[in-house]
Unconditional design. Structure first.
Length: 257
């Protein structure tokens, strides 16, 4: 296929994914906004008022970047895993596989749709946060890049999950038993500097920790880990998961019956 044809194919997948997000906006956009509002009220206002400052910021200000990144991660992951598995379930993914469309176009189209939902939800949560506290973005470029990389990592992870899933219940296993624990242990609600050993060292093996802190550095200018290390970790995961996803597509694992 020519570059122009690939662009048409990519645009078609992306438009379909975005249309899907907007068509069921009451399921894709409103629930995370309500959930994050409850987090702000309970953790930020009620509990945060008793905690005091953390790294020179109020507790509400400190947890906002973590909660925004958490919503970006979970929605990016959930969007692509449900959408691509739906394509498998509806059997129209086979039409894409037998078409002359390159595998990277298929992957990029679905990932772009998932990242778009993550960014929209993240922006919505950030707007809601401004009703509870004041924020001034310290490093806009770092903030934007960390959002895109974090959303991309978990979009790719959701894609891999969808490829291996055999039923809808399989999609919920990873978010429930892997994604949620990693998120809560990733420094969303606290600084890992407060942890003693061996928990501090164990936390450094959590990839979400680096994504949360990269975004927190972009917004507040503080981080528990070196910002360069955080970006290296995210780029390594993007490269590794992209390779795995493309290999699965080329071999038709879990896709061809």
């Amino acid at each position: 296929m020519s570059a122009a044809t690939n662009l048409v194919a990519l645009n078609t997948i992306v438009r379909r994914e975005i249309a899907r997000i907007l068509r069921i906006w009451t399921q894709t956009l409103i629930p995370p906004a309500i959930t994050m509002t409850l987090y702000f009220v309970i953790f930020g206002k009620l509990i945060g008022s008793r905690i005091g400052l953390m790294h020179g910021f109020t507790y509400m200000q400190y947890i906002v970047p973590g909660l925004v990144m958490m919503s970006i991660i979970t929605n990016s992951y959930g969007n692509i895993s449900s959408s691509f598995f739906g394509a498998k379930f509806g059997r129209f993914v086979e039409e894409m596989l037998v078409s002359p469309m390159p595998n990277w176009v298929i992957l990029l189209g679905y990932v772009t749709g998932a990242v778009t939902r993550g960014v929209i939800v993240g922006a919505l949560v950030l707007v809601i946060a401004l009703f509870f506290t004041d924020l001034h973005v310290a490093h806009p470029i770092i903030t934007f890049v960390s959002v895109v990389l974090g959303a991309t990592v978990f979009s790719l992870a959701g894609f891999v999950n969808a490829v291996f899933a055999k039923k809808f219940d399989d999609i919920a296993l990873v978010p429930t038993f892997v994604l949620t624990p990693l998120t809560y242990l990733g420094g969303v609600f606290y600084s890992v500097d407060l942890l003693g050993e061996p928990w501090h060292t164990i936390s450094l093996a959590n990839p979400i920790l680096y994504m949360v802190n990269a975004f927190r550095f972009g917004v507040l200018g503080v981080s528990d880990v070196p910002i360069v290390t955080a970006f290296v970790v995210m780029l390594v995961f993007v490269a590794g998961l992209s390779f795995v996803a493309l290999r699965l597509l080329s071999r038709g694992v879990g896709l061809r019956s």
